[in-house]
Ligand binder design. Structure first.
Ligand code: ATP
Length: 382
Protein backbone atom coordinates (compact mmCIF):
# COMPACT_ATOMS: atom_id res chain seq x y z
CA UNK A 1 0.00 0.00 0.00
CA UNK A 2 2.79 2.35 0.96
CA UNK A 3 4.60 1.54 -2.30
CA UNK A 4 1.44 2.38 -4.30
CA UNK A 5 1.12 5.70 -2.51
CA UNK A 6 4.73 6.61 -3.24
CA UNK A 7 4.31 5.61 -6.87
CA UNK A 8 1.26 7.89 -7.11
CA UNK A 9 3.14 10.83 -5.63
CA UNK A 10 6.25 10.39 -7.75
CA UNK A 11 4.26 9.89 -10.93
CA UNK A 12 2.42 13.13 -10.25
CA UNK A 13 5.68 14.91 -9.58
CA UNK A 14 7.33 13.61 -12.75
CA UNK A 15 4.19 13.78 -14.85
CA UNK A 16 4.63 10.11 -15.63
CA UNK A 17 1.90 7.49 -15.83
CA UNK A 18 1.88 5.40 -12.58
CA UNK A 19 1.75 2.18 -14.63
CA UNK A 20 4.91 3.20 -16.48
CA UNK A 21 6.57 3.99 -13.19
CA UNK A 22 5.58 0.62 -11.71
CA UNK A 23 6.86 -1.15 -14.80
CA UNK A 24 10.10 0.80 -14.42
CA UNK A 25 10.49 -0.64 -10.93
CA UNK A 26 9.58 -4.16 -12.08
CA UNK A 27 12.04 -4.06 -14.96
CA UNK A 28 14.70 -2.64 -12.64
CA UNK A 29 15.04 0.50 -14.77
CA UNK A 30 14.52 2.39 -11.53
CA UNK A 31 16.64 1.42 -8.54
CA UNK A 32 16.98 2.78 -5.04
CA UNK A 33 20.31 3.98 -3.63
CA UNK A 34 21.52 5.88 -0.60
CA UNK A 35 24.21 8.49 -0.02
CA UNK A 36 24.89 10.00 3.43
CA UNK A 37 21.42 8.96 4.64
CA UNK A 38 19.85 10.53 1.58
CA UNK A 39 17.72 7.93 -0.16
CA UNK A 40 17.13 8.39 -3.87
CA UNK A 41 15.82 6.67 -6.97
CA UNK A 42 17.90 6.45 -10.10
CA UNK A 43 16.55 6.04 -13.63
CA UNK A 44 19.07 3.70 -15.23
CA UNK A 45 17.46 4.07 -18.65
CA UNK A 46 15.24 6.62 -20.34
CA UNK A 47 11.61 6.03 -19.38
CA UNK A 48 9.09 7.94 -21.55
CA UNK A 49 10.17 11.60 -21.19
CA UNK A 50 12.35 10.92 -18.13
CA UNK A 51 15.99 11.08 -19.15
CA UNK A 52 18.46 8.35 -18.22
CA UNK A 53 20.37 9.37 -15.10
CA UNK A 54 17.49 11.31 -13.54
CA UNK A 55 17.47 11.07 -9.75
CA UNK A 56 14.51 11.51 -7.41
CA UNK A 57 15.17 12.02 -3.73
CA UNK A 58 12.83 10.20 -1.38
CA UNK A 59 12.12 13.29 0.75
CA UNK A 60 8.66 14.74 1.37
CA UNK A 61 8.79 16.79 -1.78
CA UNK A 62 10.36 14.11 -4.01
CA UNK A 63 12.90 16.61 -5.29
CA UNK A 64 14.35 15.52 -8.59
CA UNK A 65 17.18 16.39 -10.97
CA UNK A 66 16.96 15.55 -14.68
CA UNK A 67 19.59 13.41 -16.38
CA UNK A 68 21.99 15.00 -18.85
CA UNK A 69 20.38 14.57 -22.30
CA UNK A 70 21.84 12.41 -25.02
CA UNK A 71 23.86 14.33 -27.62
CA UNK A 72 23.36 13.08 -31.15
CA UNK A 73 26.28 12.71 -33.50
CA UNK A 74 26.76 14.34 -36.88
CA UNK A 75 28.19 11.88 -39.40
CA UNK A 76 28.36 14.45 -42.22
CA UNK A 77 29.26 17.71 -40.57
CA UNK A 78 28.20 20.23 -43.20
CA UNK A 79 24.92 18.51 -44.04
CA UNK A 80 23.97 18.20 -40.37
CA UNK A 81 24.82 21.83 -39.62
CA UNK A 82 22.70 22.94 -42.54
CA UNK A 83 19.85 20.80 -41.34
CA UNK A 84 19.93 21.43 -37.59
CA UNK A 85 21.32 24.90 -36.99
CA UNK A 86 20.37 28.46 -37.61
CA UNK A 87 22.83 31.19 -38.63
CA UNK A 88 25.36 30.93 -35.80
CA UNK A 89 27.04 28.02 -34.09
CA UNK A 90 28.85 27.90 -30.77
CA UNK A 91 31.78 25.49 -30.94
CA UNK A 92 32.95 23.99 -27.68
CA UNK A 93 35.76 21.53 -27.16
CA UNK A 94 34.48 18.09 -26.24
CA UNK A 95 36.52 17.22 -23.21
CA UNK A 96 37.43 13.60 -22.65
CA UNK A 97 36.48 12.79 -19.11
CA UNK A 98 33.23 11.88 -17.47
CA UNK A 99 29.97 13.73 -17.27
CA UNK A 100 28.99 15.13 -13.93
CA UNK A 101 26.07 17.19 -12.67
CA UNK A 102 26.81 19.27 -9.64
CA UNK A 103 23.71 19.90 -7.59
CA UNK A 104 22.69 21.28 -4.25
CA UNK A 105 20.22 19.24 -2.25
CA UNK A 106 19.31 19.88 1.39
CA UNK A 107 22.28 22.20 1.82
CA UNK A 108 24.75 19.69 0.50
CA UNK A 109 26.76 19.84 -2.71
CA UNK A 110 26.60 16.52 -4.56
CA UNK A 111 28.15 15.22 -7.76
CA UNK A 112 25.89 12.98 -9.84
CA UNK A 113 27.25 10.75 -12.62
CA UNK A 114 25.73 10.45 -16.09
CA UNK A 115 24.08 7.20 -15.01
CA UNK A 116 22.44 8.91 -12.01
CA UNK A 117 24.55 7.84 -9.03
CA UNK A 118 25.89 10.21 -6.40
CA UNK A 119 29.61 9.46 -6.63
CA UNK A 120 31.41 9.89 -3.28
CA UNK A 121 34.82 10.28 -4.93
CA UNK A 122 33.66 13.04 -7.28
CA UNK A 123 31.56 14.74 -4.61
CA UNK A 124 34.62 15.07 -2.35
CA UNK A 125 36.76 16.44 -5.19
CA UNK A 126 34.08 18.95 -6.21
CA UNK A 127 33.95 20.21 -2.64
CA UNK A 128 37.74 20.50 -2.62
CA UNK A 129 38.37 22.11 -5.98
CA UNK A 130 35.25 23.93 -7.12
CA UNK A 131 33.75 27.13 -5.82
CA UNK A 132 30.06 26.33 -5.58
CA UNK A 133 28.60 29.59 -4.26
CA UNK A 134 26.65 29.69 -7.52
CA UNK A 135 24.43 26.86 -6.27
CA UNK A 136 23.75 28.71 -3.01
CA UNK A 137 22.18 31.47 -5.08
CA UNK A 138 20.56 29.14 -7.64
CA UNK A 139 19.69 25.80 -5.99
CA UNK A 140 17.20 25.07 -8.74
CA UNK A 141 19.91 24.89 -11.35
CA UNK A 142 22.50 22.23 -12.10
CA UNK A 143 26.08 22.74 -13.20
CA UNK A 144 26.77 20.19 -15.92
CA UNK A 145 30.36 19.54 -16.80
CA UNK A 146 33.21 17.19 -17.43
CA UNK A 147 35.59 15.88 -14.79
CA UNK A 148 38.92 15.46 -16.51
CA UNK A 149 42.40 14.28 -15.68
CA UNK A 150 44.47 11.22 -14.88
CA UNK A 151 43.54 10.55 -11.27
CA UNK A 152 39.90 9.57 -11.34
CA UNK A 153 38.24 6.17 -11.32
CA UNK A 154 36.45 6.43 -14.68
CA UNK A 155 38.31 8.05 -17.59
CA UNK A 156 42.07 8.56 -17.32
CA UNK A 157 43.27 11.18 -19.71
CA UNK A 158 46.05 13.59 -18.86
CA UNK A 159 45.20 17.29 -19.23
CA UNK A 160 47.86 19.85 -18.54
CA UNK A 161 45.22 22.33 -17.36
CA UNK A 162 44.09 19.82 -14.71
CA UNK A 163 47.42 19.80 -12.85
CA UNK A 164 46.93 20.27 -9.08
CA UNK A 165 49.31 19.92 -6.10
CA UNK A 166 49.57 16.16 -6.17
CA UNK A 167 46.92 15.02 -8.65
CA UNK A 168 45.78 15.62 -12.19
CA UNK A 169 42.09 16.44 -11.92
CA UNK A 170 39.83 19.28 -12.95
CA UNK A 171 36.21 20.26 -13.57
CA UNK A 172 35.06 22.20 -16.57
CA UNK A 173 31.44 23.22 -16.66
CA UNK A 174 29.72 23.41 -20.04
CA UNK A 175 26.01 23.84 -19.31
CA UNK A 176 23.72 25.42 -16.78
CA UNK A 177 20.35 23.69 -16.73
CA UNK A 178 17.14 23.92 -14.71
CA UNK A 179 17.00 20.86 -12.55
CA UNK A 180 13.35 19.94 -13.11
CA UNK A 181 12.86 20.96 -16.73
CA UNK A 182 16.38 20.41 -18.04
CA UNK A 183 16.07 23.73 -19.90
CA UNK A 184 19.60 25.00 -20.65
CA UNK A 185 20.77 28.60 -20.35
CA UNK A 186 21.87 30.33 -23.53
CA UNK A 187 25.60 30.55 -24.29
CA UNK A 188 25.79 34.25 -23.38
CA UNK A 189 23.85 33.85 -20.14
CA UNK A 190 25.93 30.91 -18.96
CA UNK A 191 29.20 32.71 -19.81
CA UNK A 192 28.09 35.73 -17.80
CA UNK A 193 27.36 33.53 -14.78
CA UNK A 194 30.58 31.50 -15.15
CA UNK A 195 32.54 34.73 -15.03
CA UNK A 196 30.59 36.20 -12.13
CA UNK A 197 30.94 33.07 -9.98
CA UNK A 198 34.47 32.18 -11.13
CA UNK A 199 33.44 28.78 -12.41
CA UNK A 200 36.02 27.00 -14.60
CA UNK A 201 34.32 26.38 -17.91
CA UNK A 202 34.63 25.32 -21.51
CA UNK A 203 35.04 28.41 -23.71
CA UNK A 204 32.77 28.58 -26.74
CA UNK A 205 33.79 30.07 -30.07
CA UNK A 206 30.89 31.48 -32.06
CA UNK A 207 31.06 31.18 -35.83
CA UNK A 208 28.78 31.80 -38.74
CA UNK A 209 27.26 28.58 -40.03
CA UNK A 210 28.58 29.38 -43.50
CA UNK A 211 32.12 29.54 -42.19
CA UNK A 212 32.56 25.79 -41.97
CA UNK A 213 36.23 26.04 -42.93
CA UNK A 214 36.83 27.63 -39.51
CA UNK A 215 35.26 24.59 -37.87
CA UNK A 216 37.46 22.21 -39.88
CA UNK A 217 40.48 24.26 -38.88
CA UNK A 218 39.56 23.84 -35.22
CA UNK A 219 38.96 20.14 -35.72
CA UNK A 220 42.32 19.66 -37.44
CA UNK A 221 44.13 21.41 -34.61
CA UNK A 222 42.25 19.32 -32.04
CA UNK A 223 43.15 16.18 -33.97
CA UNK A 224 46.82 17.12 -34.12
CA UNK A 225 46.77 17.75 -30.37
CA UNK A 226 45.13 14.38 -29.76
CA UNK A 227 41.92 15.97 -28.47
CA UNK A 228 38.48 14.40 -28.58
CA UNK A 229 36.35 16.65 -30.75
CA UNK A 230 33.66 19.30 -30.56
CA UNK A 231 30.16 19.85 -29.27
CA UNK A 232 28.21 22.22 -31.49
CA UNK A 233 25.54 24.28 -29.85
CA UNK A 234 22.90 26.77 -30.90
CA UNK A 235 23.91 30.04 -29.14
CA UNK A 236 20.37 30.31 -27.79
CA UNK A 237 20.34 26.60 -26.90
CA UNK A 238 16.97 26.23 -28.58
CA UNK A 239 18.17 23.45 -30.86
CA UNK A 240 19.73 20.25 -29.57
CA UNK A 241 23.55 20.20 -29.54
CA UNK A 242 25.48 17.86 -31.84
CA UNK A 243 28.80 16.13 -31.39
CA UNK A 244 31.60 15.37 -33.82
CA UNK A 245 34.87 13.62 -33.01
CA UNK A 246 38.38 13.60 -34.45
CA UNK A 247 40.18 10.78 -36.20
CA UNK A 248 42.41 10.57 -33.16
CA UNK A 249 39.37 9.76 -31.00
CA UNK A 250 38.04 7.11 -33.33
CA UNK A 251 41.42 5.35 -33.37
CA UNK A 252 42.02 5.82 -29.66
CA UNK A 253 38.57 4.38 -28.81
CA UNK A 254 39.30 1.41 -31.06
CA UNK A 255 42.63 0.73 -29.44
CA UNK A 256 41.05 0.74 -25.98
CA UNK A 257 38.22 -1.46 -27.25
CA UNK A 258 40.60 -4.01 -28.71
CA UNK A 259 42.89 -3.98 -25.72
CA UNK A 260 39.91 -5.32 -23.77
CA UNK A 261 38.78 -7.34 -26.76
CA UNK A 262 35.92 -9.41 -25.39
CA UNK A 263 34.74 -6.92 -22.76
CA UNK A 264 34.17 -3.83 -24.87
CA UNK A 265 35.40 -4.65 -28.40
CA UNK A 266 32.06 -5.58 -29.95
CA UNK A 267 30.10 -2.58 -28.68
CA UNK A 268 32.74 -0.07 -29.73
CA UNK A 269 33.90 -1.36 -33.05
CA UNK A 270 31.24 -0.79 -35.67
CA UNK A 271 30.33 2.81 -34.81
CA UNK A 272 33.95 3.99 -34.73
CA UNK A 273 34.87 2.37 -38.03
CA UNK A 274 31.83 3.81 -39.78
CA UNK A 275 32.66 7.31 -38.53
CA UNK A 276 36.03 7.08 -40.23
CA UNK A 277 34.31 6.24 -43.51
CA UNK A 278 32.10 9.33 -43.45
CA UNK A 279 34.92 11.59 -42.30
CA UNK A 280 37.19 10.47 -45.11
CA UNK A 281 34.39 10.96 -47.63
CA UNK A 282 33.46 14.42 -46.35
CA UNK A 283 37.11 15.49 -46.41
CA UNK A 284 37.36 14.30 -50.06
CA UNK A 285 40.57 12.48 -49.27
CA UNK A 286 43.05 11.44 -51.95
CA UNK A 287 43.98 7.77 -52.43
CA UNK A 288 47.11 8.40 -50.40
CA UNK A 289 45.15 9.97 -47.54
CA UNK A 290 42.67 7.08 -47.64
CA UNK A 291 45.52 4.59 -47.36
CA UNK A 292 47.00 6.57 -44.52
CA UNK A 293 43.67 6.50 -42.66
CA UNK A 294 43.29 2.78 -43.34
CA UNK A 295 46.72 2.16 -41.88
CA UNK A 296 45.95 4.15 -38.72
CA UNK A 297 42.60 2.40 -38.35
CA UNK A 298 44.11 -1.05 -38.83
CA UNK A 299 46.97 -0.37 -36.44
CA UNK A 300 44.65 0.92 -33.73
CA UNK A 301 42.66 -2.32 -33.89
CA UNK A 302 45.39 -4.85 -34.48
CA UNK A 303 48.29 -3.75 -32.28
CA UNK A 304 46.45 -3.55 -28.91
CA UNK A 305 44.68 -6.84 -29.68
CA UNK A 306 47.87 -8.77 -30.40
CA UNK A 307 49.48 -7.25 -27.32
CA UNK A 308 46.60 -8.48 -25.15
CA UNK A 309 46.87 -11.99 -26.61
CA UNK A 310 50.61 -11.96 -25.89
CA UNK A 311 49.98 -10.69 -22.34
CA UNK A 312 47.37 -13.33 -21.55
CA UNK A 313 49.65 -16.03 -22.98
CA UNK A 314 52.23 -14.93 -20.42
CA UNK A 315 49.73 -15.14 -17.60
CA UNK A 316 48.97 -11.39 -17.33
CA UNK A 317 45.34 -10.61 -16.47
CA UNK A 318 43.56 -8.01 -18.59
CA UNK A 319 42.93 -4.97 -16.42
CA UNK A 320 42.73 -1.18 -16.40
CA UNK A 321 44.45 0.61 -13.54
CA UNK A 322 43.76 3.96 -11.89
CA UNK A 323 45.77 5.94 -9.40
CA UNK A 324 43.56 7.79 -6.94
CA UNK A 325 44.24 10.12 -4.06
CA UNK A 326 42.06 10.24 -0.95
CA UNK A 327 42.12 12.81 1.84
CA UNK A 328 41.38 10.25 4.58
CA UNK A 329 40.87 6.56 5.32
CA UNK A 330 37.06 6.95 5.68
CA UNK A 331 36.96 8.64 2.25
CA UNK A 332 38.85 5.71 0.78
CA UNK A 333 36.64 3.10 2.47
CA UNK A 334 33.48 4.94 1.46
CA UNK A 335 34.51 4.84 -2.19
CA UNK A 336 35.51 1.17 -2.07
CA UNK A 337 32.09 0.43 -0.60
CA UNK A 338 30.44 2.40 -3.37
CA UNK A 339 32.26 0.42 -6.09
CA UNK A 340 31.23 -2.80 -4.38
CA UNK A 341 27.59 -1.69 -4.31
CA UNK A 342 27.79 -0.82 -7.99
CA UNK A 343 29.24 -4.29 -8.69
CA UNK A 344 32.39 -2.90 -10.30
CA UNK A 345 34.98 -5.73 -10.28
CA UNK A 346 38.17 -4.19 -8.92
CA UNK A 347 41.28 -5.14 -7.02
CA UNK A 348 43.46 -2.85 -4.91
CA UNK A 349 47.01 -3.18 -6.20
CA UNK A 350 48.74 -0.87 -3.78
CA UNK A 351 48.02 1.62 -1.03
CA UNK A 352 50.51 4.19 0.16
CA UNK A 353 50.19 6.75 2.95
CA UNK A 354 51.72 10.09 1.90
CA UNK A 355 51.41 12.28 4.98
CA UNK A 356 47.73 13.10 5.18
CA UNK A 357 46.97 11.72 1.75
CA UNK A 358 46.37 8.15 0.71
CA UNK A 359 47.51 7.09 -2.74
CA UNK A 360 45.75 4.01 -4.04
CA UNK A 361 46.18 2.03 -7.22
CA UNK A 362 43.02 0.15 -8.13
CA UNK A 363 42.47 -2.01 -11.19
CA UNK A 364 39.33 -2.88 -12.98
CA UNK A 365 39.42 -6.49 -14.06
CA UNK A 366 38.30 -7.51 -17.54
CA UNK A 367 37.37 -11.14 -16.98
CA UNK A 368 35.80 -11.91 -20.34
CA UNK A 369 38.95 -10.87 -22.20
CA UNK A 370 41.32 -12.86 -19.99
CA UNK A 371 39.12 -15.97 -19.83
CA UNK A 372 38.20 -16.16 -23.52
CA UNK A 373 41.72 -15.62 -24.78
CA UNK A 374 43.06 -18.17 -22.30
CA UNK A 375 40.45 -20.63 -23.45
CA UNK A 376 41.32 -20.19 -27.14
CA UNK A 377 45.03 -20.44 -26.37
CA UNK A 378 44.30 -23.79 -24.75
CA UNK A 379 42.72 -24.91 -28.00
CA UNK A 380 39.05 -24.47 -27.15
CA UNK A 381 36.91 -23.71 -30.19
CA UNK A 382 34.97 -20.48 -30.98
P1 ATP B 1 25.42 10.44 -25.38
O1 ATP B 1 25.62 9.98 -26.79
O2 ATP B 1 24.26 9.82 -24.70
O3 ATP B 1 25.44 11.90 -25.24
P2 ATP B 1 27.92 9.15 -24.79
O4 ATP B 1 28.43 8.57 -23.54
O5 ATP B 1 27.89 8.34 -26.02
O6 ATP B 1 26.56 9.83 -24.49
P3 ATP B 1 29.80 11.03 -25.69
O7 ATP B 1 29.98 10.50 -27.07
O8 ATP B 1 30.96 10.96 -24.79
O9 ATP B 1 28.62 10.45 -24.95
O10 ATP B 1 29.30 12.56 -25.82
C1 ATP B 1 28.49 13.23 -24.92
C2 ATP B 1 29.28 13.67 -23.71
O11 ATP B 1 30.24 14.65 -24.04
C3 ATP B 1 28.44 14.37 -22.66
O12 ATP B 1 27.86 13.44 -21.80
C4 ATP B 1 29.45 15.24 -21.92
O13 ATP B 1 29.86 14.66 -20.73
C5 ATP B 1 30.65 15.29 -22.85
N1 ATP B 1 31.10 16.66 -23.13
C6 ATP B 1 32.40 17.03 -23.15
N2 ATP B 1 32.53 18.32 -23.45
C7 ATP B 1 31.28 18.83 -23.59
C8 ATP B 1 30.76 20.12 -23.89
N3 ATP B 1 31.55 21.16 -24.11
N4 ATP B 1 29.42 20.24 -23.96
C9 ATP B 1 28.61 19.18 -23.75
N5 ATP B 1 29.04 17.94 -23.47
C10 ATP B 1 30.36 17.75 -23.38
Amino acid sequence: KEFKEIVQKISKRLNLNPNDLEKGFERKIITKYEYNDKKYLCFKKKLRHIERGTIVFLNDNFDYFCGYPKIKRAMMLKASLDKYFDKKIAIEEKLDGYNIRIIKFEDEILAVTRGGKICPFTTKKVKKYLKTTFLDDYPNLMLCGEMIGLNNPYVNQYYIEAEKDYENLGFYIFDIRERETNIPYSISKKEELFKKYEIPHVKPIIIDKKDISKLWEILNTLNENKKEGVILKDPEMLMEPLKYTTQHTQCNDLSIAFKYTYDIGIDFMFSRIVREGYQSFEMSESKEEELNRAEKLGKSIFLPMIQTIKDVSEGITSKECFELFFESEPDFLEFMNYLKKMHVPIIIESKEIMGKIIKVRICRIYNATTDKIKSHLEGNLW
